[in-house]
Design a protein around this ligand. Structure first.
Ligand code: HEM
Length: 213
């Protein structure tokens, strides 16, 4: 037990937690995107997918509590790491010079992270915590995307989610020790491919749903 508290109390232990929970989110987003892609086949396919999901009953409730726990661990650990980084460097540099190899993704991780958290809360208020009696999930989604402001928010959010993952994916592999001149470029490229697929796959949905609704 002592090693567990020691590991989690250390910086590397916290980064490990970030990496493992981050991988779980990539898994969740892959399943979520696969499900959402049924919308490209029309409203019936999308509603059938949603009904099938809800028919799983307690399994879905279990998955939701699991997701909430992962989110709490990821966000709280990330917040602690962020404040530790800030307080380790109390005096701001006069010239904001980028360290070699820094990307937009790596430099903005905490900010894109907080934005994604705000988006997920907004998203759940839109589609999850709504009265679903006498309507279908496709009607709820297409009604929301009937508002151009929502389309704008969702597309912006999908770009930010993609930027967050583009660095997080590679960084998680580094934390787990997968750092090798032979494999690192492949992992980086794969991370970018995954984030582009998420960005385009999710990001084009609001436009498509508005066009077919
Ligand atoms: C255009 C993009 C997206 C659309 C149209 C969409 C649509 C939906 C819908 C219809 C639900 C199910 C609501 C329900 O039946 O209760 C849902 C749930 C959810 N979505 Fe999304 N989603 C999108 C992107 C995202 C992204 C990028 C994330 C995360 C960063 C996300 C996170 C979630 C979560 C956490 C849930 C709750 C899962 C559950 O309770 O089982 N979604 N989404």
């Amino acid at each position: 037990m002592n090693w567990l508290t020691q590991t989690l109390g250390s910086s590397i232990g916290k980064k490990l937690l970030m990496a493992l929970t981050g991988f779980c989110f990539v898994g969740f987003l892959t399943v979520h995107l696969a499900g959402n892609l049924t919308a490209y086949m029309g409203s019936e396919a999308f509603n059938a997918y949603s009904e099938h999901l809800h028919s799983l009953g307690p399994l879905i409730t279990l998955a939701e509590w699991g997701l909430l726990t992962l989110a709490l661990v990821h966000v709280l650990t990330g917040t602690v790491l962020f404040y530790q980084n800030v307080s380790a460097r109390p005096v701001r540099y006069k010239v904001s010079k980028r360290a070699g190899g820094r990307t937009i993704g790596s430099a903005t991780m905490p900010y894109t992270g907080f934005f994604v958290l705000a988006f997920v809360i907004f998203h759940l208020m839109n589609f999850h915590f709504v009265d679903k009696t006498g309507t279908t999930i496709f009607q709820i989604v297409s009604h929301a995307f009937g508002n151009p402001v929502y389309i704008g928010i969702y597309i912006t959010a999908m770009i930010i989610v993609a930027v967050h993952i583009s660095h997080g994916f590679w960084s998680a592999f580094q934390t787990l020790g997968a750092n090798h001149p032979k494999y690192t470029p492949f992992i980086m490229g794969f991370g970018i491919a995954v984030s582009v697929i998420f960005g385009i796959g999710f990001g084009f949905l609001p436009i498509y749903i508005t066009l077919i609704a």
